[in-house]
Design a protein around this ligand. Structure first.
Ligand SMILES: [Zn+2]
Length: 321
């Protein structure tokens, strides 16, 4: 009998979520735990193993019912071998994550960059279903990207492709984590939004965000940003408008290079502030008269939300199975 289910895992810097997914791409069960912080490789691996075991037990299943496990994780990943080439915040650089987990689960295991995997999820189950060319932009702490071209996920010749967050949208603009200046992420990543807000406060700009973030201005939750937007807070509104404009300009470049059917935006910042940002992003993109005449590209908020990585990871594990 063919195993019926796949497990999709979304590993983030603060949380890990796993879903039991059917062959038709339906999530039957989910589990979410905190990602162990500042831990060893061994502690991290056992946390992932426990998460999978708990999910299987909750579904009253055994390993025989599972056809494969897919993982989406931030970092530069070699998806062919399931190896983590480069990752910050987790003790996994240089580790073959698929091979490590196969020692416990004798199953087909795939690993991919989280924003790449989210693009796969959008292509299989989201707005980009049946589309040939789609681009995913995940706007969270950082900004990730994923490209589906001619129906296939494109990761590049050296697995570092699709990093849309490091597309330069302003020469000599604000400094990015990558060392360059003016990257999309340096405007739209949550770290950049937080930094711009702190700079505004230091200059004496009035804002309600200090109250909503409970004084924790080093890491401002996306929901606090949303609340401040709803109150028409001038500082947060200005910074979010800048982020939306940068995303709009990035969309223009993406449309010129790839001309996709959809550009799908997701991630914590978009989940919380997308309703406000999307019209501004579209406005910036539509200012290109050439594209507005030729392209029918739809810029939209993800309909899958957080589930895009779980579904994409399951889809990646199901390929050829
Ligand atoms: Zn950068």
């Amino acid at each position: 009998m063919t195993a019926k289910y796949f497990i999709g895992i979304d590993i983030g810097g603060t949380k890990m979520a796993a879903g039991l997914v059917t062959r038709n791409g339906k999530i039957l069960l989910r589990r979410k735990v905190r990602t162990p912080s500042k831990c060893t490789k061994k502690v991290f691996l056992s946390a992932v193993i426990n998460l999978v075991r708990e999910l299987i037990a909750e579904g009253d299943l055994t390993l025989k019912d599972i056809a494969g496990i897919g993982i989406g994780i931030p970092g530069v990943i070699d998806p062919v071998h399931g190896k983590v080439l480069l990752i910050t915040n987790l003790p996994l650089s240089g580790i073959n994550l698929a091979a490590e987990l196969r020692k416990t689960f004798k199953l087909h295991i795939t690993v991919g960059n989280d924003a790449n995997i989210a693009a796969l999820g959008e292509h299989r189950s989201g707005l980009g279903k049946n589309a040939e060319n789609i681009v995913n932009i995940s706007v969270g702490t950082g900004v990730g990207g994923g490209l589906i071209i001619n129906g296939r996920l494109v990761t590049g010749s050296f697995f570092a492709g699709g990093e849309l967050g490091h597309m330069i949208v302003q020469m000599d603009g604000p400094k990015c984590t990558c060392g360059k200046k003016g990257c999309l992420e340096a405007f739209a990543g949550r770290w950049a939004i937080e930094k711009a807000i702190r700079a505004g406060i230091a200059k004496g700009e009035k804002t309600v965000i200090t109250k909503y973030a409970q004084g924790k201005l080093k890491s401002i939750k996306s929901k606090a940003l949303r609340k401040a937007l709803d109150k028409h807070d001038p500082l947060v509104t200005r910074v979010i408008k800048e982020a939306a404009k940068a995303l709009g300009e990035a969309c223009v470049s993406i449309m010129h290079i790839i001309d996709p059917e959809y550009i799908i935006l997701g991630g914590g910042v978009i989940e919380a502030c997308g309703d406000y940002m999307l019209p501004l992003i579209r406005k910036a993109a539509e200012s290109d008269t050439f594209l507005s005449t030729v392209s029918g590209c739809i810029i939209a908020k993800s309909s899958l939300g957080d589930d895009s990585i779980i579904l994409g990871a399951a889809a990646s594990a199901s390929q050829g199975r």
